[in-house]
Design a protein around this ligand. Structure first.
Ligand code: MD3
Ligand code: FE
Length: 203
């Protein structure tokens, strides 16, 4: 097991390796069934991050709040199945971080374009915070912001680049985190976008 970069969080640089193209191929099939959409916040604002989901559960936000739902509100159909390539990547990363039993039932897919940001927040909509979250970064590099357990705690910055995987468990699971506005850069495989997959045991 590598050293955590903050307690409970393991940054696996380029853990995706040569799996990036097969992953993106499976992602295209998901997006054909459950296309990108900009969800509404409970306060009525439109999120600048475009989102989709795969797996038994998908994270949704609307005027009624944040929650996990088994149906895509756009189509009324179940979310696309989680591809075996996605599940295997998430489970092997979790195992490296010492979580051998990780069984994700939700994968939230986020798309950032130049200027898109994600404000500091905690992930608290899952049932069991003892389960880690595994995140996979693809495309344009982003500045990841991570704070502490209180919004007012100091915020550290690190860059997440194409292929990086982070396992967030233990005391890091409830840290505040976010993404600084994406720089207008080009990635050879992905163009001017960043895509992030977060695997969760939500239900
Ligand atoms: C630390 N996504 O989907 S990934 C999110 O890059 C989210 O799209 C960001 O925050 C993104 O909720 C950050 C890294 C990440 C994901 C989940 C975490 C860090 C986390 C949950 C707890 C602590
Ligand atoms: Fe988050």
């Amino acid at each position: 097991t590598p050293e955590p970069f903050v307690p409970g969080a393991y940054l696996l640089r380029d853990f995706v390796g040569q799996q990036d193209q097969p992953l993106l191929h499976d992602l295209q099939r998901i997006l054909a069934q459950a296309p990108w959409r900009h969800m509404q916040t409970p306060g009525g604002l439109t999120m600048s991050v475009a989102m989709s989901n795969c797996g038994k559960l998908g994270w949704v936000s609307d005027r009624r709040g944040y929650r996990y739902a088994s149906l895509d509100p756009l189509s009324g159909l179940p979310w696309p199945k989680m591809p075996p390539s996605f599940e295997a990547l998430a489970q092997s990363a979790a195992a490296v971080a010492g979580c051998e039993q990780f069984q994700p039932d939700a994968c939230l897919i986020n798309r950032y374009e130049s200027g898109t940001k994600l404000s500091l927040h905690q992930d608290k909509d899952e049932r069991d915070f003892s389960q880690p979250i595994v995140s996979v970064s693809l495309g344009v590099a982003a500045i990841f912001l991570f704070g502490g357990l209180k919004r007012s705690d100091p915020v550290l910055r690190t860059e997440l680049t194409h292929g990086d995987v982070v396992v967030w468990g233990g005391p890091s699971r409830l840290r505040y985190h976010g993404i600084a506005p994406l720089k207008p850069e080009e990635h050879p495989l992905m163009g001017r976008v960043r895509i992030n997959l977060t695997f969760r045991a939500a239900g």
